[in-house]
Design a protein around this ligand. Structure first.
Ligand SMILES: *[C@@H]1O[C@H](CO)[C@@H](O)[C@H](O)[C@H]1NC(C)=O
Ligand SMILES: *[C@@H]1O[C@H](CO)[C@@H](O)[C@H](O)[C@H]1NC(C)=O
Ligand SMILES: *[C@@H]1O[C@H](CO)[C@@H](O)[C@H](O)[C@H]1NC(C)=O
Length: 197
């Protein structure tokens, strides 16, 4: 490649990276505007199991049981997050009402009191939370036992049904998603089933 071509290639790559980052932040902003319902952070406290994944891929049941445990952060945890993320332009603020989300292999903090929440990863982690340093998630309450979860960055293509009852029956799960437009026409992949394939 000539020097000029090289410069052009570098320039195009840089522009496309910037464009894709801006597009993602637009996606997040639109997601925040469209999902403006409420869910109380108290409701999320405890352990939630991701039992259905709504996707374009088929059933494939699995006994792995992705789960997240939500707890109130300690003052020390909050100040750790504030020290690392204080200079970030986060869609939601770090407040006393934030929740620690522990997935077992990775911890983070979710911010915001409405349906959409900003997720930032534990400052001690070497991983980062997405290209912008954070992700935006939607948690939508269905009833006492069930809620939907999805990542705004996935643009609604992949959603999950989560439950705070590890023993919820298949009938209860089906009833919870019945006639819900969020998952209309999507295939269900089942987690947390007893049989391992
Ligand atoms: C809330 O979200 C709904 C559904 O996307 C939308 O129709 C409505 O305009 C939004 N309301 C506000 C105040 O943004
Ligand atoms: C919750 O997730 C962790 C980490 O993936 C896993 O080790 C554990 O078995 C899960 N809990 C249940 C009840 O399946
Ligand atoms: C779920 O079922 C198991 C096995 O039947 C039982 O040991 C456990 O206590 C139940 N958990 C809840 C929360 O009901």
């Amino acid at each position: 490649m000539s020097n000029l071509h090289m410069k052009k290639a570098v320039c195009v790559t840089a522009v496309s990276i910037i464009v894709s980052v801006m597009a993602l932040s637009d996606v997040n902003q639109r997601c925040i505007a469209e999902n403006n319902g409420t869910i109380s952070n108290d409701f999320l406290l405890g352990t939630w199991y991701f039992v259905y994944q709504f996707d374009h891929i088929g059933p494939i049941p699995t006994c792995t049981c992705p789960n997240t445990t939500f707890t109130r952060p300690t003052e020390e945890e909050l100040s750790g997050y504030r020290a690392k993320y204080g200079s970030y332009d986060l869609p939601h603020k770090i407040t006393e009402d934030s929740l620690v989300a522990d997935r077992g292999y990775i911890k983070g903090l979710i911010l915001g009191g409405l349906e959409t929440k900003t997720y930032i990863i534990d400052p001690k982690s070497v991983m980062s939370s997405g290209p912008e340093g954070y992700e935006v998630y939607v948690y939508r309450r269905i009833n006492e036992k069930f809620a939907f979860f999805w990542r705004c960055a996935m643009r609604g293509h992949v959603r999950y049904l989560m439950t705070n009852d590890r023993n919820a029956t298949e009938e209860e799960k089906q009833l919870a998603i019945k006639d819900r437009s969020e998952v209309f026409n999507k295939l269900i992949r089942k987690y947390c089933v007893d049989i391992c394939y």
